[in-house]
Design a protein around this ligand. Sequence first.
Ligand code: HEC
Length: 192
Amino acid sequence: MTRFSTKIKATLAAAAVATGVSAPQAMAEGMEFQTVTDLLHLVMSSDRTVYTRMIVNRLAVQEGVIKASEHFVDDKALVLPAQMFRFGSELVAESTDEFSYSLLSLWPINKQNAPTTDLEKEGLEYIADNPGENFYGEEELGGVTYFTAVYPDVAVAEACYACHNDHKDSPRTDFQAGDVMGGVVIRIPMDS
Ligand code: HEC
């Protein structure tokens, strides 16, 4: 069974508390990589859904009082859900290299969000072909072996697919409610 360094155990115990798992129990027994990425993803996707439904969809789509825009400073607009997610991941990257995460897609509006490793591509194809399932694998990058998990990013609100289908840079324009639009990739070095 794969186990964690004390440092990541402590970090993840905090995530476990946030998701209702017994932290002392998790720390005492050690957690498998998959449990850890599952818990991290649960917090990420919950925050992402809340931001999209309760802020962007409510204020921009239902009430129409403010729009969401990638040029949020110039437009005095709401930050896009994907930007909200990326800013969080960039802040995490400033504090730790014990895990990293990103939001990617086979149909990216921003070409930088396309998969770059073979495993990312395989994972994104798997979650698109198998709705409701996650993908887990291991990959070696720059001499380091990583546990890499890919979780489906689903169109949970009208704002998601309406904006992507209408966006000039979107390579796909037929997204519908509930579709897998991309994936959250979480990566943990296995030998730290
Ligand atoms: C108002 C427009 C808008 C809304 C609403 C929106 N997106 Fe996006 N989304 C974008 C833009 C623009 C990007 C590229 C952002 C960047 O520069 O990284 C993006 C990025 C993404 C990506 C990464 C791949 C890509 O296309 O670059 C995924 C996956 C994604 N969005 C899914 C969703 C989902 C799921 C929702 C709802 C929870 C959502 N989006 C809501 C405009 C939007």
